[in-house]
Design a protein around this ligand. Structure first.
Ligand code: GLC
Length: 732
C-alpha cells in the first residue's frame, strides 16, 4: 500500500516536473489583466535606446516602426475627419492605387456642426472608427476643430465653425463615438491654425483671454471630457514658437493643466528642431521632409543628443511612455478579438452619411413657399450647373476620401422624380480649375433650358479646389467663381421659379439674392448628398440645418477683415479682433449679416413660450447646473420638423469687456404638427465665466445676466434676467 507520505512526494514531484516543462510566464506587459501603467513600465524597461528612438518618429508616411523582438506591431495612422482616406504610398504623397480601400464619405464637418445634433456627431465618429478598425488603422487624424476666424479659411469646410461651445459639444461626441470603436482619435490642429496662408510659418500673436475663451475650448473638451488619445501639433507658431515645440501649449496647458495622457503627434513636416521638440512636449514626429527616416529630427539626431547628454533619456522615456500608453489603451497587444471588430461601407454607415446630409443642409430662403416642390404638380425641371454633376469626395486636400460611390445633385433628382418629371441638364458654367476655357454660350444654353422648364434648380458653388476650399490655400474673396453670378441673374430673369443650391465649405456673397426665391446651403454633403438634396427639394425631409458660421453681406464686414488683420504681414498675424470672432463681432458691433450664426428655415413654423429659469439650490460645483432654462416649443405649421433651440448668455455689466452674447446651450427638438414640446437646457457656471489672465482662472462673476432663447443668434424669441448671487472661480 502506498503510504500517504510517498503519495504526497509523487504528487509534488510530478507538479514540479510539469512546471519545469511549461512555457515561461508571459511578460507582464502582455497580460491584459495588468494595469495599463504597469504594462507601460514593464515594456519600457525592456526597450533598448535605439528601440525607444524608433517609436518617436515615422518609418513611412503614415506609420511608426514595429519592434518584432518585443511584439510591438507597426502603428498605422490615417486621415481624416470625414472618413478613412485611401491607402497612400509608403514614402510619398501618391495614392497607392489599392482596390479595397473605398470608404464611407461623410459630409464635411462644418455641415455636421450645422446639424447641432450631438447624438449624430457620436454616430459620425462611430462610423469612421468602425471603418478605421476594418482598415487596420490604430489612430485617425481627426476631428479637425480649429475655430473659423475668417470666412476665407481654406479648411473652414473641415472644421466645426466659429463658436467654441458648438465646436466643443460636437467634437466631444465625435471623439467618444470614434474611440468607442477601439481606435485613437487625434484632434487637430493644436493650436490657432486658422488660415492656410503661410501655414507652415505664420506666427499667431493673440491675448490670453482670446486663446483660452475662443481657440482652446474645443481642445480642452476633447482632452478633459472625451479623453482623446491623440493631439496633433499645428504647423504655425504661437507667440513666436512653433506649435510642435511650444512648451506653453504642449506642456504647461495640454499636459500639466489639462492632464493629457495621450500622445502629441506633429503635423506632417511641422518639426523644426531636435532638442526643443524633445524637451517641449512633442511625442511623435511625422512627415518631415527627409528622404531617410533615420534623418528625422527625433531619429539619429535625437539618439546623438541623448548619447551626448544634451537631452536626458528621461525626456525620451516620457515620449515613449505616451506612445506605448495609447497602444495599450486601444489593445494593440491584446487578442485581435479584443474590442469592436470594425466594419466598412455598410448600409448603416451610408445611412449615417445620408442622415448627416439631411440634417446639415440649411434652408436660407424660401419666399412664397417655393419649396418643397410637389413632383405630382411639376412636368419639367431644368437642372443647371457643373456642381450638379461633379464628384467632390477626392478633393480638399488631406480630408479627401475615395468614396465607394457619390450621388451628385443631378443624379439624386433623377432618382427621386426622373420617372415622372422631365429633367433637363445644362452645365451653365465651368469651374476655374477646368483645363479648357469656358465654352461660349454656356449661359445662353442654360437660359434657354430655364425658359423651357416649369422649375429650375441651379447648383452653384465652389470647386473644393485651389483657393476654393482646399488645404494649403485660402479663398481670395467670398464671391462665386467666375460666371456663376451672371448665370444666376440671367436664369432667374428667364424663369422666376428658380432655386439656388450652394455647394461650398462656407459663406458665399449673393448679389442675386433679392431676385431668387429659394436658396439652400448644401455644404459638401458626402456620398449621399444628391439623395439628401432631392429629399429636401421634394419635401421628403424637412430641412433643419442651422448655420455653424456667419454669412456676411460682404467680406469687409467680418472682424479679421474689418480690422485689416488677415493674413498678417512679415509672417506675423495679430488676432486684433480678440474675442470678437464670428457672430460675437456682428452682434457686439451691431453689423447686419447676410445670414446670422444659428440661422436656418424650415417647412414648418415654431412658436416659443413660457420661458422659465430654475436656479439650482445650494452650492453648485463646477460641473453641475446653476440654472436650468426651460421653455415650450410648439410646431404651429402643418408638418413635423426639427428646431434647434439656442441659448445665448449676455452679461449685463461685466467687469471685463465681453461679447454681447455667447452660445452656451442648445437642443434639437422635433415636434409633430400642432405638438408642443418642453425643452430644458441646463447651464453650468461655465456658461457665465470669463477667463481672468491675471489669476489664471475662470471667473463666473456675481451680477445680472440676460438669458436669451431663440432659433438663431438674431432670432431671440424669449429672454429673462438671471442673477448670479456670488462670484465663483474655477481653475483652468
Ligand atoms: C496635412 C494636414 C493634416 C493631415 C496631415 C497628414 O498637412 O495639415 O491635417 O492630417 O498632413 O496628411
Amino acid at each position: 500500500m502506498i503510504t500517504r507520505v510517498a503519495l504526497a512526494a509523487v504528487l509534488a514531484l510530478s507538479a514540479l516536473m510539469a512546471t519545469a516543462r511549461a512555457e515561461p510566464a508571459p511578460p507582464l506587459y502582455l497580460d491584459p489583466a495588468q494595469p495599463v501603467e504597469a504594462r507601460v513600465d514593464d515594456l519600457l524597461g525592456r526597450m533598448t535606446l535605439e528601440e525607444k528612438i524608433s517609436l518617436v518618429h515615422g518609418d513611412s508616411k503614415f506609420t511608426t516602426a514595429a519592434i518584432p523582438r518585443l511584439g510591438i506591431p507597426r502603428f498605422w495612422m490615417s486621415d481624416g475627419p470625414h472618413g478613412v482616406r485611401q491607402e497612400m504610398n509608403a514614402n510619398d504623397w501618391g495614392a497607392a492605387g489599392h482596390t479595397d480601400d473605398y470608404s464611407t464619405w461623410l459630409p464635411n464637418l462644418l455641415g455636421l456642426a450645422a446639424t447641432f445634433d450631438t447624438d449624430l456627431a457620436n454616430s459620425y465618429g462611430q462610423t469612421i472608427g468602425a471603418e478605421a478598425r476594418a482598415r487596420g488603422k490604430q489612430m485617425m487624424l481627426g476631428p479637425a476643430i480649429n475655430i473659423q476666424r475668417t470666412p476665407l479659411g481654406g479648411r473652414n469646410f473641415e472644421y466645426l465653425g466659429e463658436d467654441p461651445f458648438l465646436t466643443s459639444r460636437m467634437a466631444v461626441n465625435y471623439i467618444e463615438g470614434e474611440q468607442s470603436q477601439g481606435i485613437a482619435s487625434c484632434v487637430k490642429h493644436y493650436a490657432c491654425n486658422n488660415q492656410e496662408t503661410e501655414r507652415n510659418s505664420v506666427d499667431v500673436e493673440l491675448d490670453e483671454r482670446t486663446l483660452r475663451e475662443i481657440y482652446l475650448p474645443g481642445f480642452k473638451a476633447a482632452v478633459k471630457e472625451a479623453h482623446v488619445l491623440g493631439v496633433m501639433a499645428a504647423y504655425n507658431k504661437v507667440r513666436g514658437q512653433y506649435c510642435a515645440q511650444n512648451a506653453y501649449l504642449l506642456k504647461t496647458i495640454l499636459k500639466d493643466e489639462w492632464g493629457f495622457k495621450g500622445l502629441v503627434v506633429s503635423d506632417w513636416g511641422a518639426v523644426h528642431d531636435t532638442i526643443q521638440t524633445a524637451e517641449n512636449g512633442l511625442d511623435l514626429e511625422m512627415g518631415t521632409g527627409q528622404k531617410l527616416y533615420e534623418n528625422y529630427y527625433l531619429a539619429n539626431p535625437l539618439l546623438h543628443a541623448i548619447q551626448s547628454g544634451q537631452v536626458p533619456v528621461s525626456a525620451l522615456d516620457e515620449m515613449v511612455r505616451r506612445n506605448l500608453r495609447v497602444r495599450f489603451l486601444i489593445h494593440v497587444f491584446d487578442a485581435p478579438t479584443t474590442g469592436p471588430a470594425g466594419s466598412i461601407n455598410t448600409k448603416e454607415h451610408h445611412l449615417i452619411a445620408r442622415r448627416v446630409a439631411d440634417e446639415a443642409m440649411v434652408l436660407l430662403k424660401n419666399d412664397g413657399a417655393t419649396l418643397p416642390l410637389d413632383p405630382d404638380k411639376i412636368s419639367s425641371i431644368a437642372v443647371i450647373g457643373e456642381n450638379a454633376s461633379s464628384h467632390f469626395a477626392l478633393r480638399g486636400g488631406s480630408a479627401q476620401i475615395k468614396a465607394l460611390y457619390e450621388v451628385p445633385p443631378l443624379e439624386g433628382i433623377l432618382r427621386r422624380v426622373g420617372a415622372a418629371v422631365n429633367v433637363s441638364y445644362s452645365i451653365g458654367y465651368m469651374q476655374p480649375d477646368r483645363d479648357t476655357d469656358p465654352l461660349p454660350g454656356l449661359i445662353d444654353r442654360a437660359v434657354e433650358a430655364a425658359k423651357q422648364a416649369q422649375v429650375v434648380v441651379i447648383v452653384a458653388g465652389l470647386n473644393h479646389g485651389d483657393n476654393y476650399d482646399e488645404e494649403g490655400s485660402d479663398r481670395e474673396d467670398l464671391r462665386l467663381p467666375p460666371g456663376q453670378d451672371e448665370l444666376i441673374e440671367r436664369v432667374v430673369a428667364a424663369n422666376p421659379r428658380t432655386i439656388v443650391v450652394l455647394m461650398s465649405g462656407g459663406a458665399i456673397e449673393m448679389p442675386w439674392l433679392d431676385h431668387v426665391p429659394a436658396v439652400i446651403q448644401a455644404w459638401y454633403p458626402g456620398m449621399e448628398g444628391g439623395n439628401a438634396l432631392a429629399g429636401i427639394l421634394f419635401g421628403d425631409v424637412n430641412p433643419s440645418g442651422k448655420l455653424s458660421c456667419t454669412f456676411p453681406k460682404k467680406l469687409a464686414d467680418s472682424p479679421a477683415h474689418a480690422l485689416d488683420a488677415f493674413p498678417g504681414e512679415d509672417g506675423v498675424e495679430h488676432y486684433a479682433e480678440g474675442l470678437l470672432v464670428g457672430y460675437r463681432w456682428f452682434d457686439t458691433k451691431n453689423v447686419e449679416p447676410l445670414f446670422p450664426f444659428g440661422y436656418g428655415l424650415s417647412y414648418t413654423k415654431f412658436d416659443y413660450a413660457d420661458l422659465k429659469l430654475t436656479a439650482a439650490s445650494g452650492d453648485a460645483d463646477a460641473t453641475s447646473p446653476v440654472v436650468t432654462v426651460q421653455c415650450q416649443v410648439t410646431n404651429s405649421g402643418a408638418r413635423q420638423g426639427a428646431e434647434v433651440v439656442q441659448v445665448y448668455v449676455h452679461a449685463d455689466k461685466p467687469a471685463l469687456p465681453r461679447p454681447d452674447q455667447e452660445l452656451k446651450g442648445f437642443a434639437r427638438v422635433d415636434p409633430k404638427a400642432g405638438e408642443t414640446r418642453t425643452v430644458s437646457i441646463p447651464l453650468g457656471r461655465g456658461a457665465f465665466s470669463y477667463y481672468d489672465p491675471a489669476k489664471h482662472e475662470w471667473v463666473a462673476e456675481q451680477g445680472t445676466y440676460t438669458i436669451r432663447v431663440g432659433g438663431s443668434s438674431r432670432d431671440i424669441r424669449l429672454q429673462s434676467p438671471f442673477t448670479l448671487a456670488t462670484t465663483t472661480v474655477d481653475p483652468e
